[in-house]
Design a protein around this ligand. Sequence first.
Ligand SMILES: Cc1ncc(COP(=O)(O)O)c(C=O)c1O
Length: 414
Amino acid sequence: MTYRKVPIMKPYFDEEEAKAAAEALASGWVAQGPRVAEFEKAVAAHEGCAFGVATTNCTTALHLLMVAMGFGPGQDVIVPSFTFVATGNAVEYTGAAAVLADVDPVTFNINVSLLDDFVAERYAFRDGKWINKKTGNRLSGIVPVNEFGLCADIPAVNDFAKRYGGLKVIEDSACALGAKIGDTHQGGFGNPSAVSFHPRKSISTGEGGMALINDPELAEHVRILRSHAASVSEVQRNAGKGYLLPEYNELGFNYRMTDIQGAIGCAQMKKLDFIAARRAELAHRYDRLLPDAVPWVRTPFVPEGYTHIYQTYCTMVIPEAVKCKTVDEANAFRNEWMDRLEQAGIATRQGTHALHTLGYYVNKYGYRHEDLPGAYACDRLSLAIPLYVEMTEEDQDYVIEQMAEIAADMLKNE
Ligand SMILES: Cc1ncc(COP(=O)(O)O)c(C=O)c1O
């Protein structure tokens, strides 16, 4: 096949988004207002949650939830190491410590079966609390990540949280809008969650995020914190005595989404089911074609009863299949493969990174690569390949053909 350019992802917009944004501009109300409120309702309804609180991005939605739920200095919060840096950073912004746990390389999600030993090694049970033996921090929360659009085993996470004194659980669903276990959406298992509308996600508002919450008090607190903790919102203020400023009784933030983004979000929501169906169709086509054509990678695993929304189609290089004895050797193979795919016009990415290998976490907590082998393997061997609504079968065939040809050529030279 002849050379073609295949991006890793392309957001799916048409004239509807342009029209919606133009209407917001023409209305003169461009800061957070009625269109954001409509977008919040649409997303919350789609996910079966009572409330949506839109924010500037998912990182700030996570931060608001963590502040509102009381994460802070003197506390430890468990975070899977294999996730985008934002998950751990949001915990660290609050003054709590992100303690990194290992993931299962098969699902890319937190390995709940290791958590009892994880706690036993690091914590002592004193006065009804789990206390970090080294730092004296109290274990307070856990942030499972529904990575790449596949829910973690949230019922098992909730059970673990209950067994350890009622740890607070927040789901990082940046990539997982629409993901389900059985009929229950992410965010429907009794935990608040946060989704992202970055252009790499299923629907986009440029930048953007949303906290999804069922508890009315928590939702109200998050809403207030989003807007400098003002005692009344801009909309309420303009409807009443707008000349008086509200009260500010706690430290808040300006994490508001604009109404231009809200308008785009509403238009995107109308397309979400179509986008999800098309992405799933292409993902399943990869599932069918890759094992024969590209036997050097493992395709994404979906546990029985789970709905994967394939925000990322992430494969794993199989070291033995590419004649490598170690993860590091196979990592060198993956990187050269990605480089040569780039030269062939095909954008690929490592799935995400292992936080315990990143400078900030290494310098602060002294992690070694071997501490969390599952996350390390995912960091070094994950290979995300192109997937977007407007991808044609020819684009997809080109990706598969080039992956096969380039890998075969590299193995011939071994
Ligand atoms: C797992 C995870 N959490 C959080 C984020 C942060 O999302 P945002 O870019 O909207 O802040 C991302 C973004 O890619 C992510 O993948």
